[in-house]
Design a protein. Structure first.
Length: 290
């Protein structure tokens, strides 16, 4: 069977899983609505994620009937199969598209304005933005390895300044600014639980792990530090150590191994793009379901 045939099989499996998810989700929540006497719309968000609300509704249903609660993982398995099938069916066209996108990204990363954009993204990431600065830092350092250390310094300084803004938001504007932002990202309940149970030392440890590995997201910890009243200077020192260690370690790796990395990416572009997309989906699901 050729690549297009395997893609058609993956596509069909994906369609089957998504149809199963839709039927299971609709049946489960229609029965739940009848049980509680609700005439409102079905909870569409529960089709994709197991939020606190979905879990509570499921617990109510399980108390009434011995049923298996709907699992959003079925939907996402179908979605991944659909993506894989689409990629395999249109392999040549997608390969050409990825090559154009890669060339455009590398050209953009080599521009002078890219440094300013790196500073902006690193700044807003530490206070309220979702996308990490690494998505721009890495291609910039690969495109201009001679400037990797300079880019690391820019990203570190901007990230620490953004963290200070996050600290001030948490300390002085939690109810008016931080709370709506966390609620929009669906992290308010987790944040409140963390806020009530974490000591100063725990928050500083979270700041280090977040700065090094984005666990938990840096913006959550900067706001938490301000809301919990962590000393600002201690916060700044910890942020410099954590973010600086991350960006300068990346700069060293890319400065030393940037050329082999670039060669591998260019030879295995579709594989790298597929792996990156799969990793993003997994991380997104982990953050939403956790």
């Amino acid at each position: 069977m050729n690549s297009a045939g395997r893609g058609a099989v993956a596509w069909a499996i994906g369609v089957g899983f998504i149809l199963l998810a839709l039927v299971w989700w609709a049946t489960y929540y229609v029965h739940l609505a009848r049980f509680v006497g609700s005439n409102g719309p079905l909870p569409v968000a529960c089709l994709f994620f197991t939020s606190t609300r979905c879990a509570l509704m499921g617990a109510t249903m399980n108390l009434a009937r011995n049923t298996t609660q709907y699992n959003p993982l079925v939907f996402w398995i179908g979605a991944i199969c659909l993506i894989v099938g689409a990629v395999m069916r249109g392999e040549k066209e997608i390969g050409a598209m990825l090559r154009r996108l890669y060339d455009w990204t590398m050209a953009l990363a080599a521009r002078r304005t890219a440094e300013a954009w790196l500073a902006v993204i690193a700044f807003v990431e530490s206070s309220f933005f979702l996308v990490p600065a690494d998505v721009l830092f890495v291609p910039m350092a690969i495109a201009r390895r001679d400037r990797a250390w300079r880019y690391a310094l820019v990203a570190t300084l901007a990230s620490v300044l953004g963290g200070i803004l996050g600290w001030y938001i948490g300390h002085y504007a939690y109810e008016t600014v931080a709370r709506p932002v966390l609620e929009a990202y669906g992290r308010l309940d987790a944040f409140e639980a963390l806020r009530s149970s974490s000591s100063r030392d725990t928050i500083l440890l979270l700041l280090i792990t977040s700065g090094l590995a984005h666990l938990p997201p840096i913006k959550v910890v900067t706001i938490l530090s301000g809301a919990a009243g962590v000393n600002l200077w201690l916060f700044i020192g910890s942020a410099i150590l954590a973010r600086g260690a991350r960006f300068f370690a990346l700069a060293w790796l890319l400065n030393r191994y940037g050329e082999p990395i670039r060669d591998f990416i260019e030879r295995r572009l579709k594989l790298v793009a597929g792996a990156a997309a799969g990793l993003l989906i997994i991380l997104y699901l982990a953050l939403r379901i956790a």
